[in-house]
Write a protein that binds this ligand. Sequence first.
Ligand code: 0A1
Ligand code: ZN
Length: 850
Amino acid sequence: MKDASPQTIYLTDYTPPTYLVDQVDLTFRLSPNATRVISRIAFRPNPDAVSKRFFLHGEELTPISSSIDGAPVTPREVEGGIEVDVPDAPFVWEAEVEIAPAANTALEGLYMSNGMYCTQCEAEGFRKITWYPDRPDVMAPFKVRIEGDEPVMLSNGNPTGSGDGWTEWTDPWPKPAYLFALVAGDLVAREDSFTTMSGKHVDLKLWVRPGDEGKTAFGMEALKKSMKWDEDVYGREYDLDIFQIVAVSDFNMGAMENKGLNIFNTSAVLCSPETSTDANFERIEAIIAHEYFHNWTGNRITCRDWFQLSLKEGLTVFRDQSFSADMRSPSVCRISDVLSLRGRQFREDNGPLAHQVQPDSFVEINNFYTSTIYEKGAEVIRMLKTLVGDEGYKKALDLYFDRHDGQACTIDDWLTVFQDATGRDLGQFKRWYKQAGTPRLRVSEDWNDGTYQLTFTQTTPPTPGQEVKEPFVIPIAVGLIGPNGDEVVGTQVLEMTEGTQTFTFEGLAAKPVPSILRGFSAPVILERETSAQERAFLLANDTDEFNRWEAGRSLAKEVLTALITGKEAPQAIYFDALASVLREDHTDPDFRALALAIPSADDMAQTLFDSGVTPDPDVIHDATETLKQSRAEYFQDMLPRLLSEMTVTEPFAPTHEQAGKRALGHGILQMLTRLDGSKAAQALFDRADNMTLSLGALACLLNAGKADAALATFRDKWQDDALVMDKWFMLQVAHADPDKAAETVTRLTQDPAFTMKNPNRFRSVFGAFAGHPAGFHQKDGSGYRLLADWLIKLDPINPQITARMSGAFETWKRYDGDRQSLIADQLDRILATPGLSRDTTEMISRIRGA
Ligand code: 0A1
Ligand code: ZN
């Protein structure tokens, strides 16, 4: 009953469910190849229904029996499920089906990872477990009995019974099926507890495979901090007696917010100083917060249908970003968030996969867990907060929880709450949800006798299916700096609503330098012609840390662009300004490390393309190397002192303070490695007692082409630790010489430790390859062929990961005709593969375009 012909689903076709569910009782008899799932579901007709058809989703289920009110029935098999004739009154549906978790390599539904049973039901995986109205607007309380000989058997909610070979779980909170979870296996828990703001005791358990207990302490602390933060900042309390997290090795995404039983990719929860980098710790803290915050924004208030996905994801990302900012440094977090927004969402928005934050249609919903839904969705909420102010935002959120608790909602419901709470008309603001594409914001200035004017013009390029765009409401945070470096006008939020609009500042003594889009107040591309001197001035003087960084960043881009296009580069201005920042003892090392970072090859490719130049990845690579070398030489004298200042003498802690020092230390070591024959890097590698330093040193050795011995030592030491081995694989591809990258990938895929069944391992090799433009885009097309070969191999095993990885081709229209035609050949070859999954077919077809 699997969908054979991909069908497009439209938002406008939504109709309410025909039957609602009052109670779900499930029994699982676990067995790797023949698990029995027995369901007893109390249905009643929905008074709001527009039809009487009783349809249940179901895929890859072997039917055993079914009945209605105790009388056996024979369902009709239809596309994607079954149809049955039912009474026009409440009734009980009972069914038994058989499924084979051990054969499930797609990692959706009930599957096995490393000998343990686990589930992934979002978005439409529950239909692979049993027949059910698998849509998020059908919410019900669940009772689950698990029978089997696994030592630990878990499901959502509170434990309400157990005995020899069985456990029982009861989740009193009505939930959609996508939040269902089951885990069973040989697991051990780190246990702790949390007392909520109203004094309720909550048991906390973080379950891992025996041997991984030493990697659970940080995750547990992050969970408790998240619980406290959601109480303090949003007034949201946890609502069950127990909250559990389980770490699984084979998982398609980062983690999943199943009610009371979050399931995590091991990479998103397990960590220790010896095996994890500062970046790992930071990401883990954010993901734990993200999944926990879903308990209110996603679970208690869920989505009516999958077109509302950003209702929960955009909001929850915004909440986890705010949490991280509170735990760490707000400006450094903002810079990192914007870097990732530009690297992933702007890239998506400027290519064939561009789509709205609220799409109008989709073929495979798994393909819409995108940076646009998540990160741009979060930006939209950030702008909304800026526009209505902190007070307005708080009032609106209180009303949202009050009005919609227990409901499956829409993005319109969300905006209505803001209108009702603040009195503000959000008609125009809604365009951020309905128009795809990244707006370009062009600025010009005018100075006349004490009056300063800024004129903005917004234009948004066409995106697939959307030629013409209406103006957005854009909150533009602006400050003005006087010629002596003092701020003469503090941050003001200008509200742009027209296509072109002028804002006036009166009574200024001298022509100021504007600091525009402070804190990156809107997800737009700012276009402003300005001099290298002015950027250097802002890098030195802006009081807004984001814009300080942005000034340095645009200066670096200007230099790189000039080197790439063979123009004269303002290198000295850039180096001098950057050297001053590096010497600022009072400035956060993490900020300084970010100021030092050079724009990525992908970023440069998009930047060149936007300015009408066809990017050549080889040329970008060479220019970047030239810049890095001359910068290292220029900074030569200050490197040893800075490096020693960045040495952490206290025992390792994954704090922002220590991490910042290590980050800047690494930036300096990279420069030093170019000058000292990699002596310092080798010494650091030999003595490093934490993964951040060890991996940083290894990366430097790889860049210097002197990593053979270190790679062997590293492998020897870590061969039994899958997460560390992922780093070993990834690093070799990421730092390969461009003309050796494909070879390196091939060699690594022949390594006995490589497997394409584990998403983390596959991603560590092929994600790194796609993230290495000069290696991937080799002129002879070998990189394209290699990736296509593997996508074709992976598709029957794991369509979700294949579809996601095909995003490597999404930027193909940026490049020259030869490369485009080589890529087109590979896209066509993939599309012609017999039996290609719906996931991959949709992605490759969208990328290929008309
Ligand atoms: N809702 C989860 C992410 C997630 C989405 C889809 C999945 O399978 C297709 C798995 C996880 C989150 O936002 O964390
Ligand atoms: Zn989420």
